[in-house]
Design a protein around this ligand. Sequence first.
Ligand code: ADP
Ligand code: MG
Length: 429
Amino acid sequence: MSSPDLFAALKSRFGFESFRPGQEAIVRDVLQGRDLLAIMPTGGGKSLCFQLPAVLLPGICLVVSPLIALMQDQVRLLQDDGIAATFVNSSLEPGEIGARMRRSFNGEFKLLYLAPERLLHPDFLSGALPRLLQAPGVSAIVIDEAHCVSEWGHDFRPEYRQLAMLRQRCADVPMLAFTATATPRVRADIVRQLALRQPAVHTASFNRPNLFYAVRLKNKRTYAELLARARRAPQDAGIVYCLSRRRVDELAAMLQADGIRALPYHAGLDPDQRRLHQEAFIRDDAQLMIATIAFGMGINKPDVRWVVHYDLPRTLESYYQESGRAGRDGDPAECILYFGAGDIRTAEFLIQQKVDPATGGALEDEQRMARQQLRQVLDYVESTECRRAVQLRYFGETFAGPCAQCDNCREPRELEDRTIEAQQFLSCI
Ligand code: ADP
Ligand code: MG
């Protein structure tokens, strides 16, 4: 397809003026019909990389997505753009599922989103799938959030493993895997577990130039700082991540008492309440979400202006993913990590809790891995180097710096002023 045609389709079907970095090359490979693995940071624009080809190619594109909320969201956005897309999942009545499948057989949709369980269901594999392959034809099978296939990823879902069987059943259909998880181990696992055939591998830069990064000392003024930030721009949506449910509840209550529209979110709340709080945040009825890491994946709120870590993240990768929920619209946003000496003790305490439930003995390997990860987080926190350079190095990317968009680049410190606790911790592992 010629470049002008591709750009015309980008503009007319999706309303975008240009491709984001990496998108065009992926779209071109997808149009060629080969297997592919694309690694692109959260907010980088992975969906478009399969949605645009799906619109242009004959047949229907099947998209496997791990969360019902995620697929509903994407389908709604596509429908808003006038693109024929639908989903089937357990939230629908059987009659409705039947109707959507019949329309799929009729070639009325360009994209069909499915949970992995549905695609792998024997009825689907032996009935609907062969019918779709015959007519209207399947343009591609997309595995979104493909890191779910790997135990080394942060969100392993055993049913993703079974997706490899699609490779034999749909021998001529390209399989496309998309993820924001960049570690080489997860990458290799995706290719192997999904049995991708000599896939084109695309790795976009993980740099998020619109995010400002800073690390601040956690002390008794921290709460006042948070409050001031929330009051300074009451229209700015923010997320504050805390380690424990108790801390989430406490902080949300304090902020509410101080007149901030803050809501708690953690796995201890019942599902209805979680959904209500999430919706309030997305609609901007709540300004701040005070949350454990249970909050985040699949939340499509592009205009989050700040993400605070009130406690140390577990790994640098989780820090990147969680802070990366800021500024997905490309406008400037801030990521602030608060760090206090006590955090190391808490982290070490949690690591020591990793024991075999049967014997009570330490899970040595897990503890060792967790300490290594903690060490990387501490290196980041204590570093005087460009924050971006440190983060990107972790993903195997070289970034020369300075970035002018982090505390260290804006106000360089002369000396390594590690906290005594960090020195002690780093010297004993
Ligand atoms: P990812 O799945 O990589 O996390 P999404 O596909 O959800 O990211 O895209 C993130 C945001 O970027 C969405 O709001 C999307 O509309 C927007 N977007 C994607 N591609 C472009 C583009 N070429 N130009 C402008 N905005 C884009
Ligand atoms: Mg996505």
